[in-house]
Ligand binder design. Structure first.
Ligand code: FE2
Length: 270
């Protein structure tokens, strides 16, 4: 397990992200990958729950906001699909195991392998791959007042520019949060809406961060980042979760994700 140096901490504060190479062993990555394969093989998803995952605003409002399947996924293991992999009746157009965008949002609570990896995390959003449009994590995970949000992104396989590695705008974490996704009052559709808007970012401002299997990327909650569509034949599994500052803050009641009596957020320290 890597030791973080003062220089690396300094770099994180400058850039808003940091890569720790070989943080996890190849065996740990293989265990995560095969666990995902068994979950996917065993999981039956009813047709009406075949929801596509998207960070695009319109699609989020339609596909996720109006979908109970998304909004109540915080304490469950549920599968979200890539765009274009299902026909209008919810039948798969490609093999099920190649159609998944993300499995969320409580692998850390219900799966022994992921529980071990995130044993002290608060919130996690495991993902398998695919396009994620430019965003700040604090858009979706907010405390009052806004405390620190730290993302952990683990390359379960090599992540390259071809198969959808992360891209960052270095230093963008100091500009504030440009938009927030908030829950609408109960019974209203769509169930979530955005306050503020995401600026259009010039692609030239993004720096690609290819990461070898086992690498861990630490992500400041306000740094702008994205991943492109996987244009290769190689899969790109990643496991990601978030930790939020609890001291002196309260979890926003407006967040889509809410702790439940069955699954309260675990504390990292007391
Ligand atoms: Fe993110």
């Amino acid at each position: 397990m890597a030791v973080v140096t003062q220089q690396q901490i300094q770099k994180f504060h400058e850039d808003g992200f940091l890569v720790l190479e070989q943080f996890f062993t190849a065996e740990e990555c293989d265990r995560m990958r095969s666990q995902i394969q068994s979950i996917v093989a065993a999981m039956e998803v009813p047709a009406h729950c075949r929801t596509q995952f998207s960070t695009k605003e319109d699609e989020q409002l339609q596909a996720q906001g109006s979908s109970d399947y998304f909004l109540t996924s915080g304490d469950k293991i549920r599968i979200f699909f890539e765009k274009g992999v299902l026909d209008e009746k919810g039948n798969f157009l490609i093999p099920k195991e190649k159609s998944i965008s993300k499995i969320g949002h409580a692998l850390h609570a219900h799966d022994p392998v992921f529980k071990q990896i995130t044993h002290s995390s608060k919130v996690q959003q495991p993902g398998i791959g695919g396009e994620v449009t430019p965003h700040q994590d604090a858009t979706f995970l907010h405390t009052e007042p806004l405390g620190r949000v730290l993302g952990f992104w683990i390359a379960v396989e090599d992540a390259t520019q071809e198969n959808g590695c992360l891209w960052f705008v270095p230093g963008s974490h100091t500009a504030g949060v440009s938009r927030r996704m908030v829950r609408a009052p109960p019974g209203t559709l769509p169930c979530v809406h955005f306050v503020g808007s995401e600026p259009t970012y010039d692609h030239s401002r993004f720096v690609a961060l290819p990461t070898r299997k086992g690498g861990l990327i630490l992500i400041h909650g306000e740094v702008v980042h994205k991943s492109d569509l996987n244009s290769s034949q190689a899969s790109r599994h990643a496991f990601t979760f978030h930790v939020m500052e609890a001291k002196g803050t309260s979890w926003s009641k407006e967040n889509w994700l809410q702790p439940t009596p069955e699954l309260p957020f675990p504390s990292l320290y007391t």
